[in-house]
Write a protein that binds this ligand. Structure first.
Ligand code: EPZ
Length: 457
């Protein structure tokens, strides 16, 4: 087994809309895939860097369009942002405006979470509402109510959330109960509380590993956060936060996606670095389906082919339950299981849209409300498919790896938002997958320029 496959440095170029992925299924994977830093840590830690009056040196940052976009949001606020490989340097000592750019925030929900940091630093923030997306309405009422509990006045008009602390004061510590253990609301309020006057307690807090990663980042800057990762988080406000050098945790959803890639192609592959504790429900479910997963080392997983894939029942839940971000990839896998599986999406109200595109590949899925009934089929057959959101897109690529013949995937702007060079990593594992510009010869865009992701030699 190739002990390590290091990805050459790359830079994201503007996505050529006509680029698609061409996948020839039926090929086993082999070797080792390097897992990148967690998207949902990187984005919120970049928002957390706004709390800091010094330099933030952040390592293991994935190469994602969403990270680029978040960097643009920070730059628009007057923050210094520079990137060298997988290292981001951010200096927010001089935030020049409290008004976040409308067109960027509405495209990137995570940037809304920065309202907590901006309000904590400046006492005022004008943050556009993130708006809904393909998977649901995505309200921010829990974020707003929590900030109000901490003494902020909040008015929403013309699509902007205007928040300020009266009399130019500081936010005050408060006891907050979240109706839903919202990841974003927990993170927004935790950041706001780091510089508040007094103690804040967040009850029914989200327990996702990325919440704990943000807390560890803030504590490394001198914050006083306890209990992150549990459902009760206590934050003691401090006057200011200092410079930090921090490394982001590996992406558990990318890890889960590659585990499914191994399972659906009946392959034997290695994944590292990983944190198995962040993947307990995912590993348990894969083992229940019949896939062998071995901890080769504390930060390395190996997946071995299953004899047959067994049908199962999945209900998505807040952590430590089965992650909603793994629902679509597992649906792709279960299309080839023996028997009938049931998938209940309980976190988001509209996150089963990939079912119809999987059916285009020969799957047999029926959706009723928030439940998908997946009847296993002996095989899938390649076809042109379109991704509707980030994880749905990953599911279609995974299905294409197993489908007979050619699958053409459209929707790279979704995939490049949240997966670090997924197609290149799959290629390195032996998948027959390549990014082509639909209107020109494969590998070269119509105007002769290089494909969207340029790999530096
Ligand atoms: C985070 O989104 C992640 N995004 C999502 O990942 C992930 O699916 C989600 O958490 C759940 O784990 C980032 O971290 C950037 P929530 P977030 O607030 O914070 C309701 C991916 O594919 N809710 O935990 O927006 C909401 O409608 C993305 O990587 C309110 O009602 O999710 C949903 O039903 C997709 N009011 C539920 O809570 C609020 O104020 C969970 O949402 C906030 C949320």
């Amino acid at each position: 087994m190739n002990p390590s496959t290091s990805l050459p440095d790359a830079k994201l170029a503007p996505q050529a809309d006509s680029s698609v992925l061409q996948i020839f299924g039926g090929h086993r994977l082999h070797g080792h895939v390097k897992i990148s830093g967690a998207k949902n840590s990187a984005l919120v830690i970049m928002a957390g860097a706004l709390l800091c009056s010094g330099d933030c040196h952040i390592r293991n940052v994935p190469l994602l369009a969403d990270v680029e976009k978040m960097g643009q949001v920070l730059s628009a606020l007057g923050v210094k942002v520079s990137r060298q490989g997988d290292i981001l340097d951010i200096n927010a000592s001089n935030i020049t405006t409290s008004k976040a750019p409308y067109e960027l925030v509405t495209q990137l929900r995570a940037s809304f979470f920065a309202i907590g940091s901006i309000l904590a630093r400046l006492g005022v923030a004008q943050m556009p509402l993130p708006g809904g997306c393909a998977i649901g309405a995505r309200p921010v009422d829990l974020h707003v109510r929590g900030l109000q509990a901490m003494g902020a006045e909040v008015q929403i008009e013309h699509g902007i959330c205007n928040a300020y602390v009266p009399n130019g004061g500081r936010l005050k510590g408060a006891k907050i109960y979240l109706d839903t253990p919202s990841v974003g609301a927990t993170e927004t309020l935790m950041m706001a509380a780091t510089l508040a006057d007094g103690e804040t307690i967040i009850e029914n807090a989200a327990r996702e590993p990325e919440v704990a990663d943000l807390a560890n980042f803030c504590n490394a800057m001198g914050a006083k956060i306890h209990g992150a990762g549990s459902s009760v988080i206590t934050i003691e406000g401090v006057p200011q936060l200092h410079s930090v050098d921090y490394s982001i945790i590996p992406d558990r959803i990318e890890t889960g996606t590659f585990l499914v890639a191994g399972a659906i192609t009946r392959s034997d592959i290695l994944l590292s670095p990983v944190v198995p504790d962040h993947l307990i429900p995912v590993i348990a479910k894969l083992r229940e389906i019949g896939v062998q997963i071995i901890e080769e080392a504390p930060d390395c997983l190996r997946i071995l082919p299953a004899e047959t894939l067994k049908a199962t029942y999945i209900e998505t839940l807040p952590h430590p339950g089965f992650p909603t971000d793994m629902q679509a990839p597992f649906m792709a896998l279960l299309t080839l299981a023996e028997g009938d599986s049931i998938i209940n999406e309980s976190v988001f109200e509209n996150r089963l849209r990939h079912a119809s595109e999987l059916n285009r590949l020969g799957a047999d899925i029926r959706v009723k409300g928030n439940t998908a009934f997946v009847r296993g089929v002996p095989n899938l057959s390649g076809a042109p498919v379109i991704g509707t959101d980030l994880r749905a897109s990953a599911a279609l690529v995974l299905a294409g790896l197993a489908a007979d013949g050619q699958t053409t995937f459209q929707g790279l702007h979704h995939l490049d938002r949240g997966y670090d060079r997924l197609d290149i990593k799959l290629q390195q594992l032996g998948a027959k997958i390549k990014r082509v510009n639909e209107v020109s010869t494969p590998g070269v865009t119509s105007n002769g320029s290089t494909p969207p992701v340029t790999i530096a030699n």
